[in-house]
Design a protein around this ligand. Structure first.
Ligand SMILES: [Zn+2]
Length: 522
């Protein structure tokens, strides 16, 4: 039992923590030696010992899984925010995508359940004379365990204490998100103090399409081997250089919440009272829409509710049974038909957020029945068959995504009267690993694939002062706010021009990512 306990602790902890956790588990082992005559008490002890030992098993396995999949501890911001921000539907999608890994990790849990089940039944029943060294050893162990429980930093690691605290942290985070009205009021106040001005005369319509989990390497528009973007390529053929495809675009965050915070707050940390792009746009006279296919309370509270009009189609009963991104196109058309002079429409798509097979209409996967160069390449790189199938589904999701994104561009191009200013920008919050450099699929803070995003801009009339070479200069999404402010043509004192990718004064600085990137220009 002691060996099993130690093995489980090692699964989720390392260094000094292993000793600390083991010391906290010692009372379980010591209790086994306590002679119990009563049958009832023996049964009660058996049950409690099993539950206690399984708490350690669960702790080790849960930590081990999070460490392997995300290099994250359960109380890291990434895991806490994801747990607080999820719902039943997303939870089910996560399970259906990651069940293989979860089955693998459930195996040690089942073995532990069986081993502990056998051990705890053999707790001591009668007093037997003990040799002095055994009594000495027991006393030392109990002393160590008492010290471990007396020390607060040690005690906090106890699985029961830790996971109870964890549950409270998740609840507290949810509560903090439930009403951010005050934070939004402050953002509006800061924007008013900055006094942004829209300098362009006449009507102005800007559509910002933010998608999810799109790795640019899988877009034919960026040279991918599968025909995933026929419509965007047709647009490019028609529009030529007016459609600016930024080849080297990077996200600096590998998950949605931090990525959107960076984007809308100009890459300025929350502690430094950053401006919010939507608050600035509204203050400068734009009517702002936020339409979303996400059912995401944190994004809604931090960003969407700053808009004048908020449409969360994924939450409208009956409308979005399949919750495909195309559901948003009618909303976009309505916003574009609105009579406001200046309009900023934010369209937040699901893109190819896992599970991929739910991101395109059933049966519309043209990549699953042929062996092409992509498939061959994946086989040669030793990718497993399930990762290869995820790649096919991912690419099918991108093909449907191509239709939705192209429609948003088409609707923007047709909006307003001839000669009215219109602009459209499309980018992803972060990338995705689908067998690109490792044999797995999903969000990926630890590989460059998690940060490789597309970014495309169209403007009419085109900007004559646009920096030459903007298509090849690297671009970072946490600075995208400066570029979007340029598309909106709003200016305020103190706005630096060197982070606006469309400005001749743009100066690229490589971001610090938690993963090594050889070159940001490829
Ligand atoms: Zn995302």
């Amino acid at each position: 039992m002691g060996a099993m306990l130690l093995a489980l602790v090692v699964l989720g902890h390392d260094g000094r923590r292993v000793a600390q956790l083991f010391a906290l588990g010692l009372p379980l082992l010591a209790w086994m030696l306590w002679p119990v005559r009563s049958r009832r008490i023996h049964r009660l002890r058996t049950a409690l010992l099993w539950l206690g030992a399984m708490a350690f098993a669960f702790d080790g396995v849960a930590r081990g899984y999070l460490l392997e999949a995300y290099q994250a501890a359960p109380n890291s911001a990434l895991v806490l925010a994801s747990a607080a921000n999820t719902n039943g539907r997303e939870g089910a999608e996560y399970l259906s995508m990651h069940w293989r890994a979860l089955v693998v990790w459930a195996a040690p849990l089942m073995v532990a359940g069986w081993v502990f089940g056998r051990c705890v039944r053999q707790g001591a029943r009668a007093t037997a004379p003990w040799p002095p060294w055994a009594i000495g050893l027991l006393c030392a162990a109990l002393l160590l365990a008492a010290a471990a429980h007396a020390s607060k930093p040690w005690r906090r690691l106890h699985p029961v204490v830790f996971w109870t605290d964890w549950g409270h942290s998740v609840q507290a985070l949810r509560l903090a998100w439930s009403d951010q009205q005050r934070a939004r009021d402050q953002a509006m106040q800061r924007a008013r103090e900055a006094a942004p001005m829209a300098t362009r005369a006449g009507p102005s319509t800007v559509v910002l399409v933010i998608t999810d989990s799109i790795n640019r390497d899988n877009l034919a528009l960026y040279g991918y081997g599968r025909a995933t973007t026929p419509r965007l390529l047709a647009h490019q053929q028609l529009l030529g250089d007016d459609m600016l495809v930024i080849r080297n675009a990077w996200s600096v965050d590998a998950s949605t919440l931090p990525a959107l915070r960076s984007l809308f707050n100009f890459g300025v940390p929350a502690g430094e009272s950053p401006q919010h792009l939507l608050a600035l746009a509204r203050t400068a006279g734009y009517k702002v829409w936020w339409m979303s296919n996400h059912d995401d309370i944190a994004v809604e509270q931090a960003h969407a509710r700053l808009a004048d009009v908020v449409e969360m189609v994924n939450r409208t009963p009956g409308r979005a049974g399949a919750s495909l991104d195309g559901e948003l196109l009618d909303c976009l058309q309505e916003a574009l038909d609105d009579s406001a002079e200046r309009k900023l429409v934010v369209v937040h798509l699901m893109g190819a957020h896992p599970h991929y097979s739910l991101r395109f209409p059933a049966g519309e996967n043209p990549f699953d029945d042929q062996v092409d160069a992509v498939e061959t390449g994946l086989v040669e790189s030793g990718r497993s068959s399930w990762v290869r199938r995820y790649r096919q589904e991912y690419d099918a999701a991108l093909l449907y995504h191509d239709f939705v994104v192209s429609e948003t561009l088409q609707l923007t191009r047709r909006a307003g009267r001839p000669g009215d200013y219109r602009a459209w920008m499309y980018l992803s919050d972060h990338g995705q690993e689908v067998g690109h450099v490792s044999d797995r699929a999903g969000h990926s803070p630890t590989t460059a694939s998690g940060y490789r995003i597309p970014a495309v801009i169209w403007q009419d009339p085109p900007d004559a002062s646009r920096a030459a070479g903007a298509a090849l200069t690297p671009f970072r999404a946490d600075w995208a706010g400066w570029t979007i402010a340029d598309l909106l043509d709003i200016q305020w004192p103190g706005a630096p021009p060197d982070r606006n990718a469309l400005s001749a004064a743009y100066r690229w600085q490589a971001p610090v990512l938690p993963v090594e990137v050889k070159s940001f220009s490829e």
